[in-house]
Design a protein around this ligand. Structure first.
Ligand code: HEC
Ligand code: HEC
Length: 185
């Protein structure tokens, strides 16, 4: 009860501080506040284009900075999960800087905080699907719905099931597993 009233007081104070602004701005602010629960959407067009051709452009907030440092290295990109994802020097620098600046451990988005905490103890994971928090969330999904599902193939293709993954939203209310409309039952 005490926590609830504290939260209400905080929101009220924030709203008051906001009172001077126009009503639609307040609405926009509230919507953004709600979105902060998830992962920050990709804002870099360059990142989206260069890293979104083979799979959807994973938000930098899905991995800690030290993971991006390892992944976004000239040599590593030449052997990127069995593919050559090489970039020219300037493009690589821009993309690498963007990913590191927006990494999970530098983000205030709630989902990113959880990822950062969960990846904190281990070595730098090279896969989002190896982060313990993400692993745990998918533990109970039967293989036939993932690897055995021709429209998914691997857990790496987040956007096959998370219908709003492109906007950084991974909430379980927005999940729809292809070919398994009744997966919740
Ligand atoms: C030429 C195709 C290609 C390009 C371009 C590419 N990737 Fe990948 N990426 C892959 C493949 C293939 C996988 C492995 C998918 C699987 O295991 O099913 C992968 C996996 C990943 C993973 C791990 C996902 C997991 O399993 O958790 C990350 C992170 C990643 N890529 C980031 C990037 C970034 C950042 C860029 C832009 C610099 C990029 N990729 C560009 C092909 C590509
Ligand atoms: C085969 C479909 C599928 C794929 C592919 C998939 N997910 Fe999920 N994901 C699910 C399901 C189903 C749940 C909900 C599990 C539950 O309700 O317990 C979930 C839950 C989550 C959650 C927790 C949501 C919540 O509300 O607590 C996160 C975060 C998440 N997934 C992120 C990812 C990311 C990131 C990727 C890609 C690297 C990914 N998922 C790939 C099916 C998938």
């Amino acid at each position: 009860m005490k926590r609830v009233s504290k939260a209400v007081a905080l929101i009220a104070a924030m709203l008051l501080a906001h009172g001077a602004r126009a009503e639609e701005n307040t609405l926009e602010w509230l919507t953004n506040f709600q979105r902060m629960k998830e992962v920050k959407p990709v804002e870099s067009k360059q990142y989206r284009e260069e890293c979104g051709s083979c799979h959807f452009a994973y938000q930098p907030g899905l991995l800690p900075a030290r993971s991006w440092e390892k992944l976004l290295d000239a040599d590593a990109l030449r052997k990127h999960f069995g593919e050559n994802a090489e970039l020219d020097k300037d493009t690589l620098k821009a993309i690498r800087d963007y990913a590191i600046e927006n990494a999970a451990d530098k983000s205030w988005y709630k989902r990113s905080r959880k990822i950062a905490l969960s990846a904190a103890e281990g070595v730098a994971p090279l896969r989002i699907t190896e982060v313990r928090y993400i692993e745990r969330k998918h533990h109970d999904i039967p293989e036939k719905m993932v690897k055995g599902n021709k429209d998914v193939k691997s857990l790496s293709y987040c956007d096959r099931c998370h219908t709003q993954a492109g906007d950084g939203v991974f909430d379980d209310d927005t999940v729809d597993i292809p070919n398994y409309p009744g997966w919740r039952d």
